[in-house]
Design a protein around this ligand. Structure first.
Ligand SMILES: Nc1ccc(C(=O)N[C@@H](CCC(=O)O)C(=O)O)cc1
Length: 472
């Protein structure tokens, strides 16, 4: 019954629809909670495949879930479909060529991510139907990974409560089990209010909110020396108070992303940044309000799932790239710096090679020096045993959030990698359905890691999904 080659052949039979879905979503890039069309495409495919649908998960209009099957364990596949602002780019070219100035683009490959996760869920559904065994497979369509923390809100709403394991993947330079940790991350806006006035005639009557933002940023930049070396703090100016230098700026808003290895470390840092904001308000006689936009937890690893996934990926092997794939990837590679390339090899503890695309499986015990970002997969990993595939959708060294990711997002090599990711995920799903001891071991591992430090949702109770966060 556990014949993974059957399910892999099944994926080859149906993959066309999902490659088309990925390309379609690539062509309608929608950011943070505005993914109406992309979510509708995913919903239409779930319906076509006969899944039972739940819309509006956690009260989020672009979050959805499809389920198929009865009884047995619940295998959850998680997909994403949000894009990034400012990364509009033509596909299939190795030069920076925006389609639309200032337009959005799939700079983190979530068009592929969502579609391959849905492909894996569909393949497991077909396998369940064929083998007539108890078991349920779910596809969670998760919006706003890029800063919106949708999965954290979905976890808070109980959407993952009865899932037995969760499987996902991410586009990457390499073919590997994702064993890298991620940072807990809070996004908070600091909104300063001052008093406007004529900047020349009555400057002494004005109190500048913009001055306060500048002083706050200076203060935080002094704090950097005194924070843990793996913490990260960065900011974006959302409102600088206006365009006229002769009008004292009465309002200003800065958005901070405050990251640390774990939640206690992050909360401490959020407190320190807030103190600096209060200090800036005191100095400038303005008022400040801190508004939490979203927050995510660090990822908890799961050793039994990682080992099982590694075996599946070994059995499956990396995608087979042909000379055309390697040719385009080499052109992209030529647009990267040696440092870009060296840094991804450094992350897996390997010396750089000349390969344009990854054709090997990174050992599970590679001496990694991980590049660390954040993801809302973290929150799921605290409540359900979770594991992730990395599949080589991009030329080795391509940094995330760049035009080069967008340019490769519809390429044959990206399609091959997304299909391979789906095969790895579905292969692990079948393994979990046929080997009950795997789910047991995965759950025991999670329990062990959370007994002393149980999951605490990083979102304050009063914070609702920031559905309008990208239109401030
Ligand atoms: N396998 C990956 C997972 C997440 C990301 C990423 O760039 N995430 C954003 C999202 C941050 C967040 O969720 O707060 C970031 O780190 O800035 C990149 C690769």
């Amino acid at each position: 019954m556990d014949n993974r080659s059957d399910i892999w052949r099944g994926i080859d039979t149906i993959k066309g629809r999902f490659i088309d879905l990925s390309d379609k979503v690539w062509g309608m890039p929608e950011v943070c909670y505005t993914e109406a069309r992309s979510a509708a495409e995913h919903l239409a495919e779930l319906r076509h495949q006969g899944f039972r649908i739940t819309e509006n998960v956690a009260g989020i209009p672009t979050a959805l879930m499809g389920e198929w099957g009865e009884g047995g364990p619940v295998i959850a596949f998680m997909g994403e479909y949000d894009a990034l602002p400012g990364l509009s780019q033509e596909a299939g070219v190795a030069e920076h060529r925006p389609i639309e100035t200032g337009g959005h683009g799939h700079g983190c490959g979530h068009n592929l991510l969502g579609s391959a996760a849905l492909l894996a869920a569909t393949a497991v559904k077909d396998w369940l139907a064929e083998n007539k065994v108890p078991g349920r497979v779910r596809y969670y369509g998760c919006p706003a990974e890029e800063g919106g923390a949708a999965k954290a809100f979905m976890v808070r709403s109980g959407a993952f409560e009865d899932a037995d394991i969760a499987i996902t993947w991410h586009p990457h330079s390499f073919w590997e089990v994702a064993v890298t940790p991620s940072l807990a991350n809070t996004r908070a806006d600091f909104i300063f209010t001052g008093r406007t006035s004529h900047a020349a005639a009555s400057p002494h009557l004005g109190r500048s909110a913009l001055d306060a933002v500048e002083l706050m940023n200076v203060g935080v930049n002094y704090m950097r020396e005194h924070m843990p070396s793996d913490a990260r703090v960065h900011y974006a100016l959302l409102d600088t108070g206006g365009i006229a230098p002769n009008v004292v700026q009465a309002h200003a808003r800065v958005r901070y992303s405050i990251r640390a290895r774990d939640l206690p470390g992050m909360n401490e840092l959020v407190g320190r940044v807030n103190k600096i904001a209060q200090g800036a308000a005191l100095m400038t006689e303005t008022k400040v309000e801190m508004k939490i936009i979203s927050a995510v937890s660090n990822i908890l690893p799961n050793a039994p799932l990682e080992q099982a996934l590694h075996r599946v990926m070994e059995e499956l092997g990396p995608p087979h790239f042909d000379d055309t794939d390697k040719g385009f990837a080499s052109q992209i590679r030529a647009t990267l710096s040696d440092k870009d390339i060296a840094s991804v090899y450094y992350a897996i503890g390997m010396d750089p090679t000349d390969r344009p695309l990854a054709d090997f499986l990174v050992p599970l015990d590679a001496k990694r020096n991980p590049l660390v970002g954040s993801t809302d997969v973290g929150d799921v990993s605290w409540v359900v045993p979770t594991v992730q595939v990395h599949a080589p959708t991009v030329a080795i060294g391509t940094p995330f959030h760049t035009w080069q990711v967008v340019a490769q997002g519809k390429s044959p090599h990206a399609h091959k990698a997304m299909v391979q990711a789906a095969k790895a995920m579905a292969g692990l799903g079948i393994k979990a359905l046929t080997e009950p001891e795997l789910i047991k071991a995965a759950k025991a591992d999670l329990t062990k890691r959370t007994t002393k430090t149980p999951y605490v949702c990083p979102l304050p109770d009063h914070v609702a999904p920031p559905l309008d966060m990208s239109v401030v």
